[in-house]
Design a protein around this ligand. Structure first.
Ligand code: ZN
Length: 320
């Protein structure tokens, strides 16, 4: 059995899988919002214990544990994990988890491990080349070419920072006009707050308060869309336009066989929005007589954690 951990800005998702990567047990916990990286490592260790318990096993008996982490991953060290508390510098996450739990720990970049999971076990199985697009707080990407992950010099596939409008909206990365500045859930929330301060009406924040949240989760956006909240509809329309242009630009460059759409918003909004993004893509695709299909991620919410387990079971892991 292997353990897989998807370490995100809002949640820690853990799965325990067998050699076929069937999920035997799982646990989800909120990511600590305060404290140091050591506190996050403790929260991960607790979540792994809970998931192991759910799978009727003990963490010490696992053959390996994989972690998909944001930030820059070098061996077992994670640096500059934005969205995680106090994690600007470097932290030896693999060693910390090894001390807590026992089995060997492998760490990879979160988006790369999720792409690898879809390529090996999910919607990407029939293809030797694909682009993964993870539509969540930010917009992450992963590239597989000739059956192998393409990471460039370590920073490839940053599709969220493809420019869709020169001199456009400010992106959380500090630059302007990136796709993420329009389509990232963080940027979408920022935009909604600005419009609300200017006096525009929306139910988004009312739904947020009713659900006891302090940020606009994918579920809150989905609810507002069902209610046809005008601001939510407008901001999501803008996001879809940006995703269409950005994904089509990447397709024009790479000519992959398929594009896989995942991430919190991608999974939550599902097929109707997948279709709309595909429609927004097509006018920008150069080889428009045979555009690649845009497919929903099959592993859904578990993709990141299953990909991390793959990493733990593979001596040639996807490198972050
Ligand atoms: Zn950017």
């Amino acid at each position: 059995m292997l353990g897989g951990v998807d370490l995100g800005g809002t949640k820690i998702q853990v799965v325990i899988v067998d050699e076929q990567f069937t999920v035997l047990g799982e646990h989800r916990a909120p990511t600590p919002t305060t404290g140091r990286p050591a506190g996050v490592a403790e929260a991960i260790a607790d979540a792994v214990r809970e998931a192991a318990h759910a799978a009727d096993t003990d963490p010490a008996t696992l053959e390996g544990i994989g972690v998909g982490s944001p930030g820059e991953v070098d061996g077992g060290v994670v640096t500059g994990a934005r969205n995680l508390p106090g994690w600007e510098g470097a932290f030896g996450l693999a060693d910390a988890l090894l001390d807590e739990l026992g089995p060997p720990v492998s760490i990879g970049n979160d988006v790369n491990v999720a792409t690898n999971a879809e390529a090996s076990l999910g919607a990407g199985r029939p293809y030797s080349s694909m682009l993964g697009v993870f539509w969540g707080t930010g917009v992450g990407g992963g590239i597989v070419l000739d059956g192998k992950p393409w990471v460039g010099r370590g920073a490839a596939a940053e599709i969220g920072h493809v420019v869709v409008k020169v001199g456009g909206a400010k992106c959380p990365c500090g630059r302007h006009g990136c796709m993420e500045a329009y389509a990232g859930r963080g940027a979408m929330e920022h935009h909604a707050r600005v419009l609300q301060r200017k006096g525009e009406h929306t139910d988004l924040f009312e739904i947020m308060e009713k659900r006891g949240r302090d940020r606009l989760t994918s579920g809150i956006w989905a609810r507002a869309l069902v209610r046809q909240d005008r601001m939510a509809v407008r901001i999501v329309d803008r996001a879809i336009e940006a995703l269409g242009a950005g994904i089509a630009s990447a397709v024009n460059l790479l000519d992959v066989e398929a594009v896989i759409l995942g991430g919190g918003l991608g999974v939550r909004l599902g097929d109707p929005y997948r279709r709309r993004i595909e429609d927004a893509m097509l006018p920008h695709v150069f080889a428009d007589e045979r555009p690649p299909p845009l497919l929903l991620a099959e592993l859904g919410d578990h993709g990141g954690a299953i990909g991390a387990a793959l990493l733990a079971g593979d001596p040639q892991p996807v490198k972050g």
